[in-house]
Design a protein around this ligand. Structure first.
Ligand SMILES: [Zn+2]
Length: 417
């Protein structure tokens, strides 16, 4: 082809396509057969660990079950050579288990998962552990006992390989994730800030498997209206009806989230009045708040306070309070680079790895990333489905790829300078 007669834009596009293709070929490394074989050999042990953990029922309010899970992971982490610490959260019965390893490298990496499930004790009786058609079923098996198994067995493989290329490796398992991590969120945020990378091990969707780069933050909005009580039959005119004012305020704030893009507010609970024959002096409503930017907690609060100044019932007072739940999670540049590295590792074993930008469900990655110091990526757990539903399961054929990904990525992080 004579390049002189090709229009310049075409030529540039052609060259760019050629270069991209060449770079991809060059970047695509061979499979690390040693690691792949180690992952394949570990699969039966991973399944044994899953069976054991599913047999320990550990709903977020099941103090005895959570203690049994904590005992189990403590023994496993000690066997791996970790220095183990067990501490109570700032609220609730669940403990937080941390295992720390000191190595000879320069990077500080944290791996996290959670021990609690959404299932109350006894669920296992009608949803027993069972293997069927390439899947293993059991309450909490994907969310998040698969994540814990993955961490424990990836570290075993790396230990057997004599790997120590990290300054510090920290494993954190909490027991209140499913109720918003009220007792463990602060510790997760503080510990994560002392690390370069945080790999959070919630389950991944199936086909294609994925990593998660963003999740909503959550909040609770409280609206309180105070009026004046009076006899509803004899003197309603001297009362100030808090219930009527609350109704007015709910309607005029119904669309408030549209004034703060990226937020979502839905009023979900309300209460007013004590008895039928009294004009109610107090009424209250609660709303579910979702947001993608931590500054929006303040923006939505300010917007609500401004809007409720417009009253319908004179003499009433309306107050707004926004309680922060999980911070939003948004992967930064370093986390995105890590996710791209993970995709390259999956390519070594000819498996696609999708990147999911955003989910409405909140995760502890929000706490881990809240300081902005660590690069945080979510969903390194096993592939599965039906979480928080009936017949939760994991895909057996995700065990080896996920072990390969975790072990190879930790090695890559160790080598990066
Ligand atoms: Zn989970």
């Amino acid at each position: 082809m004579n390049f002189d007669c090709v229009p310049k834009a075409w030529l540039r596009a052609l060259l760019a396509a050629f270069l991209t293709c060449a770079m991809q070929t060059a970047a695509r490394a061979d499979t690390d057969t040693g690691m792949l074989e180690a992952a394949q050999q570990a699969q039966p042990e991973v399944i044994r660990s899953l069976q054991h953990m599913v047999s320990i029922e550990s709903g977020s309010n099941d103090a005895a079950g959570l203690q049994s899970m904590a005992d189990y992971v403590e023994i496993r982490l000690r066997a791996l050579g970790a220095k183990v610490d067990r501490r109570k959260g700032t609220t609730g019965p669940a403990e937080i288990i941390t295992g720390t390893f000191s190595g000879s490298g320069t990077r500080r990496v944290m791996l996290m998962g959670h021990m609690d499930t959404v299932y109350p004790a006894g669920t296992i009786k009608d949803q027993p552990y069972r293997i069927e058609g390439g899947r293993i079923y059991g309450p909490g098996i994907a969310d998040d006992k698969g994540g814990i198994a993955l961490v424990l067995h990836a570290l075993q493989i790396l230990k057997d390989a004599g790997w120590g290329d990290y300054a510090q490796l920290t494993v954190l398992f909490n027991g209140d994730e499913e109720i918003g991590s009220p007792g463990s969120g602060q510790l997760i945020a503080a510990l994560a800030a002392q690390h370069d990378y945080v790999l959070s091990c919630e389950p991944t969707p199936t086909r294609p498997e994925a990593l998660l780069l963003g999740a909503s933050g959550t909040g609770t909005v409280w609206m309180d209206v105070w009026g004046r009580a009076s006899h509803a039959g004899a003197a309603p005119q001297i009362g100030r009806n808090a219930l009527v004012e609350l109704a007015h305020q709910l309607l005029q704030t119904e669309d408030i989230a549209s004034s703060v893009p990226g937020t979502q507010l839905n009023w979900t609970m309300a209460k007013a009045g004590l008895v039928r024959n009294q004009i109610p002096e107090h009424a209250t409503a609660i709303g579910d708040l979702r947001l993608v930017d931590a500054d929006d907690f303040e923006r939505i609060e300010a917007a609500l306070r401004e809007r409720v100044r417009n009253k319908r019932v004179p003499g009433t007072e309306t107050s707004i309070r926004v309680e922060r739940g999980r911070p939003p999670f948004a992967a930064g540049a370093a986390a995105r680079a890590l996710a791209a590295r993970a995709q390259a590792i999956y390519a070594e074993i000819d498996r696609p790895l999708a990147l999911i930008e955003q989910t409405g469900a909140a995760t502890d990655a929000g706490f881990a990333g809240s300081s902005g110091k660590a690069a945080v990526v979510e969903s390194f757990g096993l592939a599965g489905s039906s979480y928080h539903a009936r017949d939760e399961y994991i895909m057996i054929d995700s065990i080896v790829p996920r072990l390969y990904l975790m072990t190879r990525l930790l090695q890559d992080i160790g080598r990066s300078r």
